[in-house]
Design a protein around this ligand. Structure first.
Ligand SMILES: Cc1ncc(COP(=O)(O)O)c(C=O)c1O
Length: 350
């Protein structure tokens, strides 16, 4: 960025002066030597989870740091990426009843919910009809209290990734933070913004283990940003914000990357099969390009088709009430067996 950027200008006043809670396990970090732990009022009888978890998730971060090519000091982990977004980014940077954020509907619904929860105005700038970013619209909506622009790429529910040059312009011209939600990046052939993290002091990237990594049930979200931003978020995070079972399970799963890659390849193969069939279903009027593990389609009557699928035992997402998404359904790509069943039912209904 050409102009000087100081993250402290964006931090909420109460957070600036805050002294974080120092937990027992922050003050003493085990080096593996056998010690007697009488510092945290735990039950001393071992059962695998009687001790508090590592508040900084050092083991897990070390593996993720290597896999993602990002220093551990640029990583923050949380209980799902929603929590990282909600509890931390909003609370660190947005002054309630004063600041605003920009979101780009149709997009992931949590940005709006989170802004409501945090009493932060949500300025919505619709995507264009082709589901691209309306740069001029965004720059026109921004004022001195605009703290964050949320960009979901690949976008949920539309499935497309946004133009790199458009995002670049926002990173360069917007004076606040740009959060790029990459929940679906592992399904996409497009490059993650992680490689360019060091170039932008106002960039926060969020990812999740809930999608391609196959761990929605353990709740683990990842944030990547400058050391300064991560330090601010660390200051306000709940002390033990990733539980022991999640840390253990995540470590096991992220270590079997080859299997996860095979699963992603299989999901993309099933997506290809489904796409071919969708184009032959007469009540499907449009199939939107997708870089994710789901496909958005426009149908003749979304409510009717949604209910018909339900009756056949298939639950999809009806997105008809979303801006620019009238009569659309979103299909997540399942296993081959699930996909074959869906295809069979779609042909029956056609
Ligand atoms: C774009 C996007 N971001 C974040 C999430 C939530 O991720 P997590 O399970 O890590 O809270 C979702 C879930 O559907 C999503 O679609």
């Amino acid at each position: 960025m050409s102009r000087t950027f100081d993250i402290q200008d964006l931090v909420r006043e109460n957070v600036k002066g805050l002294k974080p809670y120092s937990s027992a396990r922050d003050e003493y970090v085990s080096d593996g030597t056998q010690m007697i732990f009488l510092d945290a009022n735990e039950n001393p009888f071992e059962n695998g989870v009687n001790r508090y978890p590592d508040p900084q998730q050092r083991g897990l971060k070390a593996v993720l740091s290597e896999q993602k090519g990002v220093s551990v000091n640029n990583i923050l982990l949380g209980n799902g990426s929603d929590e990282v977004l909600l509890d931390l980014i909003f609370r660190a940077f947005c002054e309630p009843n004063k600041d605003n954020i920009i979101s780009l509907p149709p997009t992931y619904g949590m940005y709006k919910v989170l802004s409501g929860v945090n009493a932060v105005e949500n300025r919505e700038v619709l995507l264009t009809k082709d589901f691209e970013i309306d740069i001029e619209g965004i720059l026109g909506a921004v004022d001195e209290n605009s703290k964050i622009i949320f960009i979901c790429s690949p976008n949920n529910p539309t499935g497309n990734s946004f133009d790199e040059m458009a995002i670049l312009r926002l990173l360069n011209e917007f004076k606040g933070l740009v959060v790029i939600d990459e929940a679906y990046i592992d399904f996409s052939a497009k490059k993650s913004w992680l490689k360019r993290l060091v170039e932008f002091p106002n960039l926060i990237i969020t990812q999740t283990l809930s999608k391609a990594y196959g761990m929605a049930g353990i709740r683990l979200g990842l944030s990547f940003a400058s050391q300064e931003i991560i330090a601010i978020l660390n200051k306000i995070k709940p002390p033990y914000n990733v539980n022991e079972l999640t840390q253990q399970r995540a470590l096991e799963q992220v270590s079997i990357r080859d299997i996860l890659k095979l699963e992603v390849t299989e999901i993309l193969k099933q997506k290809g099969t489904l796409l071919k069939v969708l184009s032959e279903v007469d009540f499907i009027q449009k199939i939107y390009p997708s870089d994710a593990n789901f496909v958005l389609v426009k149908v003749d009557n979304a409510n009717k088709r949604y209910n018909q699928l339900l009756e056949k035992g298939i639950v999809v997402r009806n997105r008809t009430t979303q801006s620019l998404c009238e009569n659309t359904l979103r299909f997540t790509i399942g296993t081959q067996v699930e996909n074959e069943k869906l295809i069979c039912v779609l042909k029956e209904l056609a």
